[in-house]
Write a protein that binds this ligand. Structure first.
Ligand SMILES: Nc1ncnc2c1ncn2[C@@H]1O[C@H](COP(=O)(O)OP(=O)(O)OP(=O)(O)O)[C@@H](O)[C@H]1O
Ligand SMILES: [Mg+2]
Length: 306
């Protein structure tokens, strides 16, 4: 369904922009039909940048993205692309104008994408998608944003995406502003939609949310993939030292939170070395030109020590 090949996004930095900062560095992965893939990484690792590249909000420095085998940079008609590929972001409130009722966001979809659809059949379609995402249309339509909860607003944004023939959703930290019980509702909504045919790139920095939701997991570190594979394999048999460190630092109820002995910032990596080199307990001079390797069926790791 969606394939990313050697995708790179570099920003100019330094005096006169002569140096480059690689927000996304040679990333490749695939997302199949009806698959939820989690993209997990700490702040600044390039998750949103990948989401924006998929949504064509920014252009890649190099590399390609294919949607159903079509190179998305060759799509002349972006409207057609956005009928199928949509994004939902962290802060639901910012997507609504507080002076308009929430219905306005749906009306805008109709005006933009389906001006010829009759109002009555549009209304029917709207009711159906709102029911599909687990809300009662009577309780949410006709309300102003401040009259609804964050979870309801977020689910309405998912409904908006589904009003189009959305097949692929970029969900960027969509539940980080919601309380715990609403989070599960929104996650379950995504899982239900997947069963009906949706594919999702689920961006999060929260490992447990990724584990709960996704079929596959990608561990991103400073713009590069460290580990990638079926979620069960990555979580139950983490192989990259970075993934291990991430999983060990998840606080559990019965374990005391202990400070990691590994430095938090990675800034001293010589050119060509693994980006985790300076934080890695196993780092040595062999950690050069590391590529993702399939170490067991469906489980890829970028580490020379594995
Ligand atoms: N327009 C830009 N110009 C320069 N650098 C940028 C730009 N946009 C993003 N970056 C840098 O790219 C890196 C990746 O940013 P990105 O927003 O993709 O991170 P993220 O993984 O989504 O982080 P978070 O979890 O905090 O949302 C960051 O270091 C950021 O500062
Ligand atoms: Mg982000």
């Amino acid at each position: 369904m969606l394939e990313i090949v050697n995708l790179t996004k570099a920003y100019p930095i330094g005096p006169f922009g002569r140096e480059k900062f690689y927000a996304v560095d040679n990333v490749s992965f695939k997302i199949e039909d009806q698959e939820i893939v989690s993209l997990i990484g700490e702040s600044g690792s390039g998750k949103t940048t990948i989401g924006k590249l998929i949504l064509r909000l920014i252009k890649p420095t190099s590399g390609k993205i294919f949607y159903n085998a079509f190179d998305i940079s060759s799509f002349k008609n972006l409207k057609e692309y956005y009928r199928h590929v949509q994004g939902v972001f962290q802060d639901p409130f910012s997507s609504y104008n507080p002076i308009f009722k929430v219905d306005r966001v749906f009306e805008m979809v109709r005006e933009e994408f389906y001006p010829d659809v009759k109002r009555s059949s549009w209304q029917e379609r709207l009711q159906k998608v709102i029911e599909d995402i687990g809300l009662n249309p009577k309780e949410v339509l006709g309300k102003f944003p401040h009259q609804l909860s964050g979870g309801q607003l977020q689910r309405l944004l998912i409904a908006r995406a589904l009003l189009m023939e959305t097949k692929f959703l970029v969900a960027d930290e969509i539940i980080s502003m919601l309380d715990a019980s609403t989070r599960i509702d929104v996650l379950n909504t995504l899982i239900k939609l997947k069963e009906k045919g949706l594919s999702v790139l689920f961006i999060t920095h929260d490992l447990s949310l990724g584990y709960y939701t996704s079929d596959k997991t990608i561990i991103l570190y400073r713009g590069s993939i460290m580990e990638h594979g079926e979620t069960e394999k990555v979580f139950n048999n983490p192989l990259h030292p970075y993934t291990k460190m991430l999983l060990e630092s998840v606080p559990t109820l019965h374990k005391k939170w202990e400070k990691s002995s590994i430095a938090l910032e990675g800034k001293n990596v010589p050119k060509g070395y693994c980006k985790f080199y300076d934080r890695c307990p196993l780092g040595d001079t062999n950690c050069k030109n590391v590529e993702l390797r399939e170490v067991e069926n469906g489980h890829f790791v970028a580490c020379t020590k594995v």
